[in-house]
Design a protein around this ligand. Sequence first.
Ligand code: ATP
Length: 496
Amino acid sequence: MVEGKTMKKSENLIELRHIKKCFDGNTVVTEDFNLEVKKGEFVTFLGPSGCGKTTILRMIGGFEIPTSGEILLNGEDISVLPPNKRPINTVFQKYALFPHLNVYDNIAFGLKLKKLAKREQDEKVRHALEIVDLEGFEKRSIHTLSGGQQQRIAIARAIVNEPELLLLDEPLSALDYKMRKEMQLELKNMHKKLGITFIFVTHDQEEALTMSDKIVVMADGEIQQIGTPEEIYNEPSNLFVADFIGESNIFKGRMVDKKKASFCGAVFDCVDDYEMGTVVDVVVRPEDIEITAVGRGQIQGKILSSDFKGTFYIVFVRSGKNEIEIHSLKNYPIGTTVGLYIAPDLIHLIPYDNSINHYEGVLGAYSEEKGLSVEFEDFSWEVKPEQIFPDATLSGGSLTGKNGQPIRTEGIRIEASFQPSVAQLSDDAKAGVVQGKIISFLYVGDHYRYTVRSKSEEDYVVDDEDLWNQEDFVSILIPQEKVTYRIIPIKSNDFI
Ligand code: ATP
């Protein structure tokens, strides 16, 4: 037992424990970030702009201090240690080389500060240049180098100090496509040669898939999934990951039998299995759908479009109400009716996320004239007493429970929940009960699924057929009668 624990400790170079980071007391980047990075790993933080990748990296590098939580390096807490006291070096997006110094002096800068003997400096600079494949560049001045060469010098400058950990903050984003591809492979090779730990930040999913041992997919300051590139691509743990990594068709489905799911109007054999009746989100990659002769696939549809993309065609097929994207090696004339076949092991099922659209509210006092109201963080509305107390009866203007005792509704905490499909979006701020900004959306077969964030930072998930834009300010219509309620039981420590 103790032995196992000791082993685990020594395997991790970095551990982030319950990291919370706020800026200016109100911008909360992350609430509770936990991560372990093993020695020698190539770990990539991947996520959309603003999700907190750079902030986490900067905390590891010592350029930001966590609001709370611990950063351990080899088991020692380094959370408040200044950057130069950490065995960590960072390569930034902008190369930040000294333009007036030549390549040698740029790379040797840190070594000179450490007052290393000239011979030792020469040897270390030569070795660093060898790693980045720029042997003999010592005397070149910075302005004679291409962007890719400058970035390599920046990397050489970081590795010459022999750090245990190299942090790379979007180091390739300023390079053109071809150079970027080349540098991706070179960085991977450098990682192998050096044998040290790399943490790399990018918002480019292809880059993350190509380079990493482990990908940490982030959204909104939270880890969505940690896994190898194959795991992240083939087994996305939620719809955000499925949508963010690669192209996906997402359909709404339901388990109808053992390893059988119904979606797109047909029943498909699957490998994943959930209890019968479970609502699932079905993820199918466009390259995993085979276009067949009519009658040979599980479903059929009509070709809507077919566009050549260099090595394959992007084909859209309408099947019932669904628009399905397929990557096909063959071209198909628009309007052709075709069959579509999906092999069981290429259908990925994600159980519907039951945690969405749950909101806590507090009941007011009941009266015959005013009825029963419930106050939520964002809005309040009237509910029918029987929606919350199905066994209650109304007598003498008050609510009476099954046991004949009057029910005191005031202060009772309840949880309201609704399905995304019952709500609707409107651009009329007064039309809905709550207003907010669209922070993300997905295309789910025949409609869009929007996440709207209110002023009080509550998220509402709404299915809507219309196309809205990210950042649109919308109001949400929630039909009161479609909402289900549950009384939140009182915990014993509520009275303490
Ligand atoms: P990008 O890919 O665009 O660089 P990111 O995922 O790296 O994005 P961060 O740069 O970590 O995201 O930013 C996360 C959030 O923290 C953003 O809302 C950003 O505006 C905010 N933020 C970052 N640095 C500061 C700062 N010094 N002061 C206030 N807010 C900050």
